[in-house]
Ligand binder design. Structure first.
Ligand SMILES: [Zn+2]
Length: 235
């Protein structure tokens, strides 16, 4: 079983004797019409006479790997978070869709602080880790959430029990965003999407603008955050 969507498509392409690109295009097309990743892949498998149930995503492995990367090193996590935040703010849906970002924040806020080490990762290493996190989180939301043409429409039927809170939070925040609202990543308050700065409400941005990147990070999902990550009391 595969860990990410790319690996799953690769597996299907190999088994079906099709070029990766044509499988990827077909899956993309089916997903843009609202089909889920797994059902799209299984439908293609079936049409090629392959057993559909063979094709699955190891959600547990996604979590283990993402958590390992995010706990490796504090500075690295800080930089990954900043890059993802910029991508979401730039509204680049093809690169990093908002639902994947919401899942990332949920995951990050549940983790203990990464340790601070003295060795500094090269920018190349950080870029690789960022790319991997993007791939992992994008795959995760495509499996735990129910999708339609409009985007996330709920919790996927096959979503593991332990991830239902995360899927609900992703769904709720995506729905708000579609309605022009954003959940401030620092205080958790809901504000108009046009009244945000660096993914935060004006108040939080104001409060943090003189602070160091470390302190901004704490607001982003670090341990001393004041109100973010309240998946249990706000869903
Ligand atoms: Zn705020």
């Amino acid at each position: 079983m595969s860990v990410t969507a790319r690996e799953l498509l690769q597996e299907l392409a190999t088994d079906a004797g099709l070029p990766y690109g044509s499988v990827a295009r077909r899956v993309n097309r089916m997903m843009s019409k609202g089909k889920g990743l797994l059902s799209a892949v299984r439908e293609i498998a079936e049409s090629r006479g392959l057993p559909p149930e063979k094709y699955s995503i190891r959600v547990d492995k996604i979590l283990v790997e993402a958590e390992r990367i995010l706990q490796e090193d504090y500075t690295q996590t800080l930089m990954i978070s900043a890059v993802l935040g910029q991508m979401v703010e730039a509204r680049a849906p093809d690169n990093f869709p908002a639902p994947a970002f919401f899942a990332f924040i949920e995951l990050l806020s549940g983790l203990p602080d990464a340790h601070r080490d003295t060795k500094s990762e090269s920018s190349r290493e950080i870029e690789d880790r960022t790319t991997r996190i993007i791939e992992l989180m994008t795959t995760l939301v495509s499996v735990i959430c129910e999708w339609s043409e409009q985007g996330v429409v709920g919790v996927a039927e096959g979503c593991p029990e332990s991830l239902k809170d995360m899927a609900r939070a992703v769904f709720r925040k995506t729905k708000l965003l579609q309605g022009g609202l954003w959940t401030c990543i620092s205080c958790g308050n809901i504000v108009n999407v046009r009244e945000t700065k660096a993914l935060m409400c004006y108040d939080c941005d104001e409060r943090l603008s003189d602070r160091s990147p470390d302190e901004r990070y704490e607001a982003f999902g670090g341990r001393t955050r004041t109100g973010y990550g309240r998946t249990s009391d706000d869903t």
